[in-house]
Design a protein around this ligand. Sequence first.
Ligand code: PMP
Length: 418
Amino acid sequence: MTTTLDPARLTPSRLADGLLSALGAREDRSRGFGRSAGSPLPGAVPLLGGAPSPDALPLEAIRLAAAHLTADPQALVSTLQYSAPSGITPLREWIARREGVDPARVLVTNGAFHGLSLVFDALLDRGDRIVVEDPTYPLIFRDLQHHEPELLPLPLGPDGLDIDSLEARLEDGARPKLLYTVPDFHNPTGLVTPAAQRERLVALAEHYGFVIVSDNAYDGLAFPGVDVPADYSPDSDLVVHVRTFSKILGPGLRLGYLVLPTWLVAPVTRLRANQDQHSSVPVQAIVERVVGAGDRPPIQGGLDGIAERSRTLYADRFDLVTGLLDAALPGGVSVEHRTGGIFLWARIEDEGIDLAAAQHLARTRFGTDAVLGRFFFLEDSADDRGRLRLGISHLDADGLRDGVDRLVAALTAPEARR
Ligand code: PMP
């Protein structure tokens, strides 16, 4: 809609009313984490955060890679020029070898969110049906809401996806366009989808013709000793892999990639080229050097070597928090999936505790925070009220002890009882 603007009265809100597109004007109806509007108490120790630990970031590897790049004027000049939409060749070839696919199927993105957004743009028309794990990572709805999809929740229990219920709905005629899943160290539950469920899902996708969008943002972060089954087969024409360097090398790099089935390569690449042309070339060149693409040796063990440190650190922090909760509230907290990643999905067993009230106290009186489980659920479930997601990555052992003490104080405060 265009309205005539009176130049004498160009207030910001009139400009917004007159000029914003429907999309620009649309209120954000995505589900966030219900963060409080107020600022945290001074000295607060929140158990939040989906970012890597500062202690795990590969500072020296990034410094060495940047020094190597900047010492070579010719290489540096080429990183300052425009480049190909799909990414720089040595990095794409390294990714392709790792994924066991043709490099033509790899598109370097600005992280997992960007990859997801491109795939959603390429596939979804308004009102299309998509299957989403329930609970799921709610920030994908920030992007998905633009497509106004119809959501088909797929219950995720302690043993994984309820594929029988999906199959029944498909047999009844439900025709989703895509299924969004976080297969490894699921955010928030920590679940690793069992191999048999992955195989069944691919068979259903191939039978009914929907795309499995596998968001493997925590790839490589298995706790030591935890086995992860083979990923959704990249040989299927109905599987898209979304990966990111965010959780191991650092989210500020904004670098990740898609592995696309052949039929999706051209449309997704075109959308990407029309949008921002390509990812930052200096960043790609630094990551290329860290991981050891081309004939260069990796720096500090490359991606897997760097991940190794994170895996041990996060496993130790996960165990520390589990132990502290158990000691403070014996039998009062259970944790199902000790697998990998950077979150702990806790069930508070005492139904007399009102978690929303406890969280309010945690924020306003005790100086900590955690995300209420209900923000991750699409449908009401018996489970959603008793859950908290704790971020374990960014605090050291003393910080975690302090944060857990404060959380326990909030959970056990008389005002937190129903
Ligand atoms: N997917 C999931 C499941 C995530 O947890 C996150 C980060 N919290 C992302 C995607 C976003 O990753 P990136 O920073 O690479 O965009």
